[in-house]
Design a protein around this ligand. Structure first.
Ligand code: F6P
Length: 322
């Protein structure tokens, strides 16, 4: 095995609060181990274009709390092509990179799997996505911050909803996974939570939402991946009772921004340091995660397997209304 002297790092896919904390964890651990680091700007796009920059540990120390990512990020179509991946490989060779750390979500890990077919450098992954949709970690970086942002905003919507006795359908992010919806819905006392993973009794919801003379708000949290979706749900409620006073709010990208929560800062620092450590111990093509509050390393092909809201939480939905 070749000694690792130079590690390159990038952030990829949708940014998530905690990515900067992970970069900070990486630079500090690398500093301690005498490893040279390069940042790659704009994810796989920068890898293809050879956009390597030095990483400034001092700057990262001052922005450990910040959302977004110092290295910027992108969703790269070019990396889906073999030609794109070959150019990326040439850039790594040209810059004498010995190992690669990627911080991102599902698409990032699928990219690494494809890249590993033509590049035998060791890769290490860190789960960075607000969706919490990766196996091999209890929590992905940014999920906790996104849920806190969602909760803060849903609480505000409740104030106005109660004032008008209105129905609100509030759409939250999560792609095909209902974790953000279930956490933010239960935490705000929502009347119903619609997630992609579990069939909901929409007829009962319609009756509750559309039929009675309302002297209070009715809050429904809809995960963006839910098969019905907020618009169709609203239309169906209106069909039952055209007079209901109903609004739809999509929380959207506000969930991706803002300072990282205390949990995500700590998670980022732990996973950043663990990723460098794992590379130095000779591990490759695994994602660093936290399972039962212990660091763990999971092979990429297991990470990208479907990860859905677990049965215990789905059971809670039945108790708290669905
Ligand atoms: O994967 C993170 C995420 O925010 C999803 O929740 C959402 O579906 C998607 O990214 C939005 O992507 P974009 O910022 O490219 O519109």
């Amino acid at each position: 095995m070749k000694t690792i002297e130079h590690i390159a790092i990038f952030t990829s896919g949708g940014d998530s609060p905690g990515m900067n904390a992970a970069l900070y964890g990486i630079v500090k651990k690398a500093e301690q181990s005498g490893i040279r680091l390069s940042g790659i700007r704009k994810g796989y796009e920068g890898l293809i274009d050879g956009d390597l920059v030095p990483l400034d540990a001092h700057k990262l120390q001052k922005m450990v709390h910040r959302g977004g990512t110092l290295l910027k990020t992108a969703r790269s179509k070019r990396f889906l092509t073999l030609e794109g991946r070959q150019r990326a490989l040439e850039n790594l060779q040209k810059n004498e990179v010995d190992a690669l750390i990627a911080i991102g979500g599902d698409g990032t890990f699928k990219g690494l799997l494809a890249f590993s077919e033509i590049c035998d450098l060791p890769f290490l992954g860190i789960p960075g996505t607000i969706d919490n949709d990766l196996a091999g970690t209890d929590f992905t970086l940014g999920f906790d911050s996104a849920v806190n942002t969602a909760i803060e905003n849903i609480d505000k919507i409740r104030d106005t909803a109660e004032a008008h006795n209105r129905i609100f359908l509030i759409e939250v992010m999560g792609r095909d996974c209902g974790y953000i919806a279930i956490h933010s819905g239960l935490g705000t006392g929502a009347d119903a939570i619609l997630i992609p993973e579990s069939a909901h009794d929409f007829i009962q919801l319609l009756e509750k939402a559309g039929s009675y003379d309302r002297e209070e708000a009715f809050i429904v949290i809809v995960s963006e991946g839910d098969e019905l979706g907020a618009e169709v749900a609203a239309k169906k409620i209106k069909e039952i009772n055209p007079d209901v006073d109903l609004r739809i709010t999509k929380l959207g990208h506000v969930q991706r921004g803002g300072n990282a929560s205390a949990f995500d800062r700590m998670l980022g620092i732990r996973l950043g340091a663990a990723a460098v450590e794992a590379l130095l111990r000779g591990r490759k093509n695994v994602m660093a995660g936290i399972l039962n509050n212990e660091l763990s390393l999971t092979p990429f092909d297991r990470v990208v397997k479907e990860h859905q809201v677990n049965d215990e939480l789905q059971g809670l939905l039945k108790i708290f209304g669905n």
